[in-house]
Design a protein around this ligand. Structure first.
Ligand SMILES: *[C@@H]1O[C@H](CO)[C@@H](O)[C@H](O)[C@H]1NC(C)=O
Ligand SMILES: *[C@@H]1O[C@H](CO)[C@@H](O)[C@H](O)[C@H]1NC(C)=O
Length: 379
């Protein structure tokens, strides 16, 4: 519920803050040529509508840090593009692209191997040093093998990619369980789930739906809320009502509560607004299905901090499925469905680059993940 209130609150505040955009109307974002630019490296400018211009080769638009229309800044500039900090196991074309100046060998960033010391200049263990299939052990401060699916795990020794260390009611102890493996209606103690195995760190990902219902009787895996409105796109822009249902009873999936939210503006050409995606929506549930299949191809070739779509082995169908799931994370996380809907071509490359090409959202997730690792070391 806090998200619902939060979104509403933000919407009300923005109603006052966003000038030039009357309540209801959404700004238009279009590819075009920016006239009278002070700086030839401008990629985004407002003049009755937002004009987006592609940056020259080797540069990228600083607009790709905007997750919502409200955060957009007039006269945004292009900056030099530099590929770096690729993790061991990720694709590369030269050494400088790899984290810690590890070698780029046969198109893949190298990392430390088993029993090598993984400590940085500050004397702290550094997960990013170890090769795929390994993690930096906080006690021994060397790279050690991750725990395999089905094996006994602890909060300190992460499970292999695509699995979480968890204990459910019927288990005698902790073991590495597949993501999205607990059925709807199953009781789950999230304090007993250690998501230190993948970038997809959400504890709720232990449930097949990726969602839980918290009640006074406990926490249950449950399908997420879903749109019951007929239309996700709203021609009148922001502030139109979007109606959802949320399941309330773990024993009865026919029982639900309705709630409403308001459509949001995005970076589209026709000034439309869109209803958000929740975890029960097809955009999310189908992404989970594809992701589960893609995970089967990983075989410990992915660094625990890599997103699946950046993991070198994934191509074609699995690569697409991985990206789709990462995009779905953007909808329910730091972004919105609206931001990525009906993007013009250059909006895709200059503003929503991390969404469409899957690059910088990763930076953010790693931070969250590392802090979880740091926390779990204290347990
Ligand atoms: C954006 O910048 C352009 C050029 O500096 C200026 O003409 C325009 O009024 C600005 N728009 C807003 C909304 O600030
Ligand atoms: C908005 O424009 C896109 C093309 O950019 C089009 O596919 C879509 O149907 C339009 N939506 C509305 C509501 O007009």
């Amino acid at each position: 519920m806090s998200r619902i209130l939060g979104v509403f609150g933000v919407w009300v505040i923005l109603g006052f803050l966003v000038q030039n955009v009357a309540a209801g109307e959404c700004p238009v974002f279009k590819c075009g040529k920016i006239k009278n630019q002070k700086d030839e490296h401008t990629c985004l400018q407002y003049s009755s509508e937002w004009i987006v211009q592609k940056c020259s080769k080797g540069e990228y638009c600083l607009g790709d840090k905007f997750n919502s229309v409200e955060s957009v800044v007039n006269n945004t500039l292009c900056a030099k593009q530099e590929v770096k900090d690729r993790l061991p196991g990720e694709h590369c074309s030269k050494d400088t692209e790899c984290y810690n100046q590890f070698k780029c060998h046969k198109g893949t960033c190298q990392g430390l191997v088993t029993d090598q010391r993984c400590v940085n200049q500050f004397g702290r263990e550094e997960q990013r040093y170890c090769s795929p299939g390994l993690f930096c052990d906080s006690v021994k401060q060397t790279c050690k093998e991750v725990t395999k699916f089905g094996e006994t795990c602890t909060a300190q020794a992460p499970c292999e990619y695509g699995t979480l260390c968890a204990m459910t009611k019927q288990d005698a102890g902790f073991s590495c369980k597949k993501m999205f493996s607990l059925q709807d209606g199953e009781l789950v103690d999230l304090t007993q789930v250690f998501p230190i195995s993948t970038v997809a760190y959400s504890k709720e990902d232990i449930c097949q739906s990726g969602h839980v219902l918290r009640s006074d009787k406990g926490t249950y895996c449950m399908p997420g809320p879903q749109l019951i409105d007929s239309k996700r796109v709203k021609e009148k822009g922001a502030g139109e009502v979007c109606k959802y249902k949320a399941f309330r009873n773990p024993n009865d999936l026919t029982e639900y509560q309705e709630f409403t939210e308001y459509s949001k503006c995005g970076f589209n050409t026709n000034g439309s607004g869109y209803c958000d995606v929740y975890k029960g929506d097809i955009e999310y549930t189908s992404a989970i299905e594809g992701y589960k299949e893609a995970l089967q191809k990983v075989d410990n070739d992915c660094h625990l901090l890599s997103t699946l779509s950046k993991c070198k082995n994934l191509k074609n169908k699995e690569g697409k499925a991985a990206k789709k799931w990462e995009q779905a994370q953007f909808y329910i996380g730091e972004g919105s469905y609206a931001a990525a809907a009906d993007n013009d071509k250059c909006v895709k490359s200059e503003i929503m680059r991390s969404f469409w090409e899957g690059d910088s959202s990763y930076q953010l997730t790693v931070t969250v993940f590392l802090s979880i690792l740091a926390l779990s070391n204290l347990i």
